[in-house]
Write a new protein. Structure first.
Length: 83
């Protein structure tokens, strides 16, 4: 077995999450603080948790302040930009 150290920039990684939630990320980028909200439906709490995690990580990278409200009865979540 040969072990070799390489620079991190050489290692390619793909993010499945970014392609799955890309339409949501694009919609969130279009939001204005104090403006409209994005409505997204979900099927299970597991989907909701992974969606929220992905959105908050995306927004942390973009330096956005995004909040969410959950409508459990209709299985929808609303994302909006904070002022």
């Amino acid at each position: 077995m040969e072990i070799k150290f390489v620079k991190r920039s050489v290692v390619k990684s793909s993010k499945k999450r970014s392609s799955k939630f890309r339409p949501l990320f694009e919609a969130i980028e279009k939001l204005k603080p104090g403006g409209q909200a994005v409505e997204v439906s979900f099927t299970s709490d597991k989907d909701l948790n992974s969606m929220r995690t992905a959105v908050y990580q995306f927004c942390r990278q973009k330096n956005y302040s995004v909040r969410s409200k959950k409508d459990a009865v209709n299985k929808k979540i609303y994302y909006y930009r904070d002022k």
